[in-house]
Design a protein around this ligand. Structure first.
Ligand code: WT7
Length: 646
């Protein structure tokens, strides 16, 4: 848990008077009844093929929103803007890996986007994709990734995007679980000037066992000569002779509660959870929050620097901004390439007015140094956003000062894969900002902070964050696992959603997030379960047992420490440490690679054979260990401690 003292320092930033007058969000919205608020938003923000007859059907923990309504997410994100005369407006400023000055930088208008989506959808149709036929997407930050999501939505085919940095094994696991027939990927990915394997990763994963995937559609990004089998087809071949006329592929009318996508996320056990998001509630939730939290206007230029492989990319790169008809930047690359000023060049070139990113990215810019911002005109910036992990007050201040010109308000947005959209956030022109705090519930959202017995806690007391009212973008269940859905989120308290985060109120009633309280670790805003990493470690032939904990890290928020006991008389060498780190990178993805591996004869266990996780957490954090007398063999802890110091 982070120890931030923003409220104690007492620094606050009242809203700008001009912004208060012009902001899309109105203070009255906070007073509105839950259903009245969302009903109004639904009528104003979405186009419906058939009107709904009930706003909410709430049968805890199961919610149905906009019951009886019919709509299509792709229609709302693309077609209606073209039909409404905004076809020539830029939807995506596409910035390739080598930056905004690259000859490959290009603009995609809403009309272009419509043609691309129709073409891909027509191609997918030829492979048998249609309403209810699931599709996997394993791509990096190229426009075809957004097109692929929208093409699926157009056809009513649920998608599951697997983060492009994950392993082929992760792709296979997820695609097989959802029973995807088709996987869309790219030949190679470009990041930081280097081409990396993508399609061959997928092959490796799928070929390791039985798979439901019958066809792989490959987008050519680098043109590398990669192995193609009968199972594979290049997108450009698939779509060579298909029509790009929207009438050749009308948007499938979907029920409000039809599955839009599944996104797998880490929980406190090994198996990833398939978070279910449906069409109307999700789309309305992301559209409304994107519009009101970032104060989106007709001429806004918006950049969310997340990855489409995470929920942030789904909600705030693809669905929210496009449904709002907003112009966005889509950047393929990484902060430090081709040079340390690339972000500032992007903001300057396109006149970015809204920037949404993670504390980890901001920290990397702080580390690179202010000199890289100098000489770049960032005066277009109006609103800044932060997401994924708590933001330290000093990082918040730096962001506001150097990126926000000392005046842009920062929206520190708290939400989760499961919540679908932002739930706790300051609001532009309304909230008096406090560095490092997400502060206030969005209209209709009712948080509480409770102790383990269910009592509401006083100010400055850390407890469990819960939500007592439903919201439209909430996860509907875990795919094929209602029981786990109930157990994980709705059983700690009988009347509320249990988020898994610690939080506290300050004296003004503002909320401060304190970090996860379960076995989920957060590395650079990416969520991993300790059990997932442990499973990857024990796959190595030399490993008997493994347990994973996290320590604080200045750059990545948390860093993973692996505690490992070896089989027989195997020795914990530096080579083995490297091999194990590599093993995790291979099995899950590079971001899960442990910062260090600590070897011991055994793991600290109680007499009943349970690993004492609390102790490992303390060890990882370098904290006092407290009572170790219940351990079978307290000497293993001494051994570990020695290594941690060494
Ligand atoms: C977990 C959810 C939300 C999209 C990206 C991550 C942490 C998220 C904040 C914030 C403090 C935050 C929480 C949450 N988190 N935003 N503004 N302040 N913590 O989605 O991978 O589902 O992770 O990220 O711990 O539970 P996710």
């Amino acid at each position: 848990m982070s120890e931030q003292t923003a409220s104690q320092e007492g620094k606050t930033y009242p809203p700008d008077a001009e912004l208060s007058k012009s902001a899309n969000v109105r203070p009255e919205m906070l007073e509105q009844d839950l259903q009245e608020f969302w009903d109004e938003q639904a009528k104003q923000r979405l186009d419906w093929f058939e009107e709904y007859d009930q706003v909410l059907d709430w049968n805890l923990p199961y919610a149905k929103w906009f019951v009886g309504g019919k709509l299509n997410a792709c229609y709302n994100c693309v077609d209606r803007h073209v039909e409404g005369g905004k076809g020539d407006k830029v939807a995506l400023h596409v910035v390739p890996d080598d930056g905004p000055d690259s000859s490959e930088a290009r603009d995609i208008t809403f009309s272009d986007l419509q043609r691309e989506v129709v073409k891909m959808a027509n191609g997918l149709k030829e492979l048998g994709v249609g309403k209810g036929v699931p599709v996997g997407i394993y791509m990096q930050m190229i426009p075809e990734a957004v097109v692929a999501m929208l093409a699926c939505a157009r056809l009513g085919a649920p998608h599951t995007v697997v983060f492009g940095g994950f392993s082929g094994k992760a792709v296979a696991e997820r695609c097989n679980d959802l029973e995807c027939k088709v996987l869309i990927t790219q030949d190679e990915a470009m990041r930081g000037g280097k081409a990396g394997a993508q399609k061959t990763n997928a092959d490796e994963g799928l070929d390791a066992g039985e798979t439901t995937v019958e066809k792989i559609v490959v987008v050519q990004r680098t043109g590398a000569d990669i192995p193609m089998s009968d199972r594979d087809v290049y997108l450009h071949d698939l779509t060579a002779n298909v029509s790009d006329d929207p009438e050749s592929c009308p948007c499938e009318p979907m029920d409000s509660e039809d599955l839009l996508f599944l996104l797998y996320t880490s929980g406190s056990t090994g198996k990833p959870k398939g978070v279910v998001h449906t069409t109307a509630g999700y789309l309305l939730g992301v559209t409304t929050t994107h519009n009101l939290v970032f104060d989106v206007k007709d001429d806004s230029v918006y950049w969310c620097a997340a990855d489409i492989g995470w929920i942030t990319g789904h909600s705030y790169i693809t669905y929210g901004p496009l449904a709002n008809g907003c112009t966005s930047v889509l950047f393929e690359g990484v902060p430090g390439y081709p040079d340390k000023a690339v972000w500032w060049k992007i903001i300057e070139k396109y006149g970015v007015s809204i920037l949404y990113t993670s504390p980890t990215a901001i920290k990397s810019h702080m580390k690179a140094g202010e000199e890289h911002l100098q000489g770049h005109d960032l005066s277009s910036i109006k609103i800044l956003g932060s997401v994924g992990e708590p933001i330290n007050p000093d990082v918040w201040e730096w962001y506001r000062e150097h990126v926000g010109g000392g005046k842009a308000p920062i929206m520190d947005t708290w939400w989760q894969t499961e919540t679908g959209h932002i739930l706790i956030t300051p609001l532009p022109g309304i909230t008096t900002l406090k560095p490092g705090m997400a502060q206030q519930p969005f209209p209709g959202v009712r948080p509480e902070i409770r102790d383990d017995e269910g009592n509401q806690l006083d100010v400055e007391q850390t407890g469990n964050l819960v939500l007592t009212q439903p919201w439209p973008g909430m996860m509907r269940t875990l795919y094929k696992d209602d029981q786990r859905f109930k157990d994980t989120y709705w059983s700690k308290y009988s009347d509320a959603y249990f988020a898994g985060d610690g939080a506290k109120y300050d004296a003004d009633g503002d909320i401060q997030l304190m970090g996860r309280i379960d076995d989920v670790v957060n590395v650079s805003g990416h969520r991993l379960s300790t059990f997932e990493v442990e499973s990857a470690l024990v796959e190595h032939a030399d490993v008997a047992e493994a347990a994973v904990a996290a320590r604080k890290d200045d750059d990545t928020g948390q860093a993973i420490i692996a505690f490992v006991s070896l089989k027989g008389d195997k020795q914990g060498t530096e080579e083995l440490e490297q091999a194990l780190r590599e093993q995790v990178a291979q099995s899950i993805g590079k971001l899960a690679r442990p910062a260090s591996v600590i070897f011991a004869n055994d793991l600290p266990k109680t007499r009943s054979g349970k690993i004492m996780r609390r102790l490992l957490k303390n060890l990882a954090e370098g904290e006092e260990l407290g009572d170790t007398s219940t351990l079978v063999d307290p000497s293993v802890v001494d051994e570990m401690q020695k290594q941690m110091k060494g």
